[in-house]
Design a protein around this ligand. Structure first.
Ligand code: MEV
Length: 431
C-alpha cells in the first residue's frame, strides 16, 4: 500500500523527489524523468491534439502529499501556476488525515445530453408522444454507441421538459463508464435528433451534452480534530485544544460568511477550484467543463452558494463538499498526452469515479487551507514567503542561493526584484 506521507519532501531536489515518488509507487524512474523532462508533451504530439501548433506551453507539475481518500493513500499530481496551492493542499490533507482522511462517494455517474426542438405546435401533446416513444428512442441511442454498450455503459433514461409554448428539450442520461463522455453524448444526441423532432412535430435545434452534470456529482466529507488546526501543535499554546477550537470556530464563521454572501462564496469556491482544477489539468481533463458545471451547480438554489461548508462540532471540524465532476480516465487528450497518462499512473485510480473523489478531496483540502489561513494569520504571510522565492529566482539566484535570498527578503522590507538582486550580490561577494 502507498504511503502518501513523505517527510521533508519539499526540501529535496527535483531529482531526489522523483526518486522518492518512483520508489513509493514502484514506477520506473527513467519513465518519470523522460516524460517530465520533455515538458510532458512534445510539439509533434501537440500537433496531433490541436490546430496551428507552434509549440507547447509548460506549467509546473507537482504532487500533493498526505492525501487519504476512503482509507487509501494517494500521491496526487497537481498542475498549477499559483505558488502555495500544492503546499497548502498537502498541509490541510495532513490535518484531515489525522481524522481518518477524506470520505468520498459518487452516488450516480450519468451524463446529460440534450435534444432541443422549437416551433412545436402543441408542446404538451409532443411531450406525451415523446414519453410514449422513450423505449424506441433509447434503443436507437444505444445503437449509436455500440462500443460503450459493450463496456456495460450506454443511455439509461430520458425526460421531456417543455420550456415554453413552442419549445421543448429531451434530456437523456448516459453512463459513460470511465470516459468523461462528451463525444459519446454528442454522438447520441445527433443520432436521436431527427426522430425526436419528427415525434415532437417541430424543428430540430441543438444536439449537445449539458455541462451541468447534476447526476454526476461527488460528495466528500472530512472530520478534522480541532488540535490539528494549529500550525505547531503544543508549542504555540499551553492549551492546544482550546487554541485549535478557536481556529475551528473561525473556519465555521468563514464558511457562514460564504453561505450568506455570493461575493465571498465566489472566492471561497475559487479556493476549492485551486485544488480541483490542478488535478483535472494534471490528468488531461477538460477544466472548462468542470468550471462551468461547478459554478452553475453552486447557483442551483437561485443564489450562488459555497460548494463546501464547515461546522465546528464538539472537538471536530466537519467539512462537506458536493459538486458535479465529470472526469475521464480514458479517451480525450489522454491518449496523446504522456504526462497526463503518467499522472493517472501516479494516482493509481482504477475508475473515473475514483479520480473524481480524489480531485474533490483535494478541493476540500484547498478550501480548508485557505479558510484556516484567512481565519488566523491571513494568507499574505505564507504567500509572501513563496513570492520571495520566485522573486529570488527571477533575480537569477541559483541552487541554495534561492532559499537564502528568499529568507532575507521574507525577513521584512519590500519583496522586489531590485532588493533581491542586491541581496544576491551581497551573498556572492561574501562567498
Ligand atoms: C487564492 O487563490 C484562493 C483564496 O482566495 C481562497 C479563499 O479566499 O477562500 C485564498
Amino acid at each position: 500500500m502507498v504511503d502518501s506521507r513523505i517527510t521533508g519532501f519539499y526540501k529535496l531536489s527535483i531529482d531526489e523527489r522523483r526518486e522518492a515518488v518512483a520508489r513509493a509507487l514502484g514506477i520506473e524512474l527513467g519513465r518519470l524523468q523522460r516524460t517530465l523532462d520533455s515538458g510532458g508533451l512534445t510539439p509533434a504530439a501537440a500537433d496531433k491534439v490541436v490546430e496551428n501548433v507552434l509549440g507547447v506551453y509548460a506549467l509546473p507539475f507537482g504532487v500533493a502529499l498526505n492525501v487519504r481518500v476512503n482509507a487509501s493513500d494517494r500521491l496526487v499530481p497537481m498542475v498549477v501556476e499559483e505558488p502555495s496551492v500544492i503546499a497548502a493542499a498537502s498541509n490541510a490533507a495532513r490535518m484531515a488525515r489525522a481524522g481518518g482522511g477524506f470520505v468520498a462517494a459518487v452516488p450516480e455517474a450519468l451524463m446529460r445530453g440534450q435534444v432541443h426542438v422549437y416551433d412545436v405546435s402543441d408542446s404538451e401533446a409532443a411531450k406525451r408522444r415523446l414519453g410514449a416513444a422513450a423505449a424506441e428512442l433509447l434503443g436507437s441511442a444505444s445503437s449509436s454507441v455500440p462500443d460503450l454498450v459493450a463496456l456495460g455503459g450506454g443511455p439509461r433514461s430520458l425526460e421531456v421538459r417543455v420550456l415554453d409554448r413552442a419549445t421543448l428539450v429531451v434530456d437523456f442520461f448516459v453512463d459513460c463508464r470511465d470516459a468523461m463522455g462528451a463525444n459519446m453524448v454528442n454522438t447520441i444526441a445527433e443520432a436521436m435528433g431527427p426522430r425526436v423532432a419528427e415525434l415532437a412535430g417541430g424543428a430540430l435545434g441543438l444536439r449537445i451534452l449539458s455541462n451541468l452534470c447534476d447526476r454526476r456529482t461527488v460528495r466528500v466529507r472530512a472530520e478534522v480534530p480541532e488540535q490539528e488546526l494549529l500550525s505547531s501543535r503544543g508549542t504555540s499554546s499551553d492549551e492546544p485544544k482550546a487554541e485549535g477550537g478557536r481556529v475551528a470556530d473561525g473556519i465555521e464563521v468563514a464558511s457562514r460568511f460564504a453561505e450568506l454572501d455570493p461575493y465571498r462564496a465566489t472566492t471561497h469556491n475559487k479556493g476549492i477550484m485551486n485544488g480541483v482544477d490542478a488535478v483535472v489539468l494534471a490528468t488531461g481533463n477538460d477544466f472548462r467543463a468542470v468550471e462551468a458545471g461547478a459554478h452553475s451547480y453552486a447557483s442551483r438554489s437561485g443564489r450562488y452558494a459555497p460548494l463546501a461548508t464547515w461546522r465546528h462540532r464538539g472537538p471536530t471540524l466537519v467539512g462537506e463538499l458536493e459538486m458535479p465532476l465529470a472526469l475521464g480516465t480514458v479517451g480525450g487528450t489522454l491518449r496523446a498526452h504522456p504526462a497526463a497518462r503518467l499522472a493517472l499512473e501516479l494516482l493509481g485510480v482504477t475508475s473515473a469515479s475514483e479520480l473524481a473523489m480524489v480531485a474533490a478531496s483535494v478541493g476540500l483540502a484547498s478550501n480548508l487551507a485557505a479558510l484556516r489561513a484567512l481565519a488566523t494569520e491571513g494568507i499574505q504571510k505564507g504567500h509572501m514567503a513563496l513570492h520571495a522565492r520566485s522573486v529570488a529566482i527571477t533575480a537569477e539566484a541559483e541552487g541554495d542561493e534561492v532559499e537564502r535570498v528568499a529568507a532575507e527578503l521574507a525577513r521584512g522590507g519590500p519583496v522586489t526584484l531590485e532588493r533581491a538582486q542586491a541581496v544576491l550580490e551581497g551573498l556572492r561577494a561574501r562567498r
